[in-house]
Design a protein around this ligand. Structure first.
Ligand SMILES: *Cc1c(COP(=O)(O)O)cnc(C)c1O
Length: 388
């Protein structure tokens, strides 16, 4: 057999904490490695495969579109693009009426930063501690963890970080040059920390009073992950800008920035070669239709509650807290999570960290009850093994 690991080690920059397996095939919540071993996949491409790996509807849409038209510049109209734009606006909070299509989460944040500076003619942004928004210069500048930023200075000027869920500190930091507040509803990379409805209502009100744009990063929380189509639906929160990516197109790379009518960006001020390409648009239409037809929002809520309920039947000396909103699940340990993640792989479960001590699970929302039971069983085994 080809040495795929060796080839990646030789030719790819070593930027990821690689797990020792080569994944070659996926189906719904399961993936297989090149040895034929099967895993329940609670990584799901980092929260991408909400509709399951190789979802039939998405595969069929990609196949059909690939024979019809794969690329189409934004200077021409396109059928698949028109339909996904309409669909995105139809499922988004009412305030959001227009979209810009791009190719990733970071790109959606970059666009939001530009749109907010252009619209408000102001420069500053307020972001949350533990927040994560991506790796490109602007998105990285909005990201709190200094480890991500420190070797790449100067970062984009004008970003301030305040404690999450703490309105007082945010209010103190606002000034006449604040263009936008950028915040996640549930902090994903930062450790699965859930925002508070009162906090968001206060932030919304302050933004309205001060002419600041409220930018919600739903890159990880969007598309039914938390038990609603978008996590801001839990709080009836109406953002001015909502950033989307990860699960939007059933696994294909795509991002979107949805904007209220306050937001302006005129002709010639932004663009993307691949943004809104018909292949990603067709996949996104199929993925979103699948979510709506199968009520993946309700499934995520029920399955998340079921899973956490089962897990909480057990007591673990080394678990500090279990947090979830739908199937966005974080198990905060009293020690580093990576050794547990490696043991889970041996037992056929893929999971990922969120910070040093949180074990995070983002399974496909189509995962079966028995598969959830299997994951709980394996978690209990690895967590109990280290008790005492
Ligand atoms: C993953 C993520 C991003 C970055 O998305 P990329 O597609 O990796 O650029 C931004 N924000 C949040 C909340 C994310 O989870």
């Amino acid at each position: 057999m080809m040495d795929f690991k060796g080839l990646e080690k030789q030719y790819e920059f070593d930027v990821y904490p690689k797990r020792d397996l080569v994944l070659v095939r996926g189906r719904n919540a399961r993936v297989w490695d090149d040895q034929g071993r099967e895993y329940i996949d609670c990584v799901a491409g980092h929260g991408v495969a909400n509709v399951g790996h190789c979802n039939e509807k998405v595969v069929a849409a990609i196949e059909k579109q690939a024979r019809q038209l794969i690329s189409c510049s934004g200077i021409f109209y396109n059928d698949a693009r028109a339909l996904i734009l309409q669909k995105l606006v139809s499922i988004a909070p009412r305030s959001l009426q227009r979209a810009f299509l791009c190719n990733s989460g970071s790109e959606s944040i970059e666009a939001a930063i530009k749109f907010a500076r252009f619209t408000t003619k102001r420069k500053d942004f307020i972001c949350a501690m533990r927040g994560f928004h991506g790796r490109t210069m602007g998105a990285m500048s909005a990201t709190f963890n200094p480890e991500y930023r420190k070797d790449f200075e100067p970062i984009v000027h004008g970003f301030h970080y305040v404690p999450f869920n703490h309105f007082g500190k945010l209010k103190e930091t606002v000034n006449d040059d604040t263009a936008g507040v950028i915040v996640e509803i549930v902090q994903g990379e930062g450790g699965v920390h859930i925002g508070n409805g009162e906090y968001f209502a206060d932030v919304r009100k302050l933004c309205d009073e001060r002419g600041i744009l409220l930018i919600i990063d739903e890159v990880q929380t969007g598309f039914c992950r938390t038990g609603k189509m978008f996590a801001c639906n839990h709080f009836d929160l109406e953002p001015d800008i909502m950033c989307l990516a990860k699960a939007i197109a059933g696994g294909l790379p795509m991002g979107a920035v949805l904007c209220s009518d306050k937001v302006q960006i005129p002709f010639g001020k932004h663009g993307s070669t691949f943004g809104g390409n018909p292949l990603a648009c067709a996949a996104a239409i199929a993925a979103i239709d699948y979510m709506l037809e199968n009520r993946l929002d309700e499934q995520a809520k029920d399955k998340g509650d079921y899973f956490v309920g089962k897990l909480k039947e057990h007591e673990f000396a080394n678990v500090r807290e279990v947090r979830n909103l739908g199937l966005m699940i974080g198990i905060e340990l009293k020690e580093k999570s990576t050794p547990y993640i490696l043991k889970l792989i041996e037992k056929g479960v893929l999971a990922m960290p969120a910070g040093a001590t949180v074990l995070r699970l983002l399974p496909p929302l189509t995962i079966g009850k028995e598969e959830l039971d299997f994951v709980v069983e394996k978690l209990v085994e690895v967590l109990a093994a280290n008790d005492g």
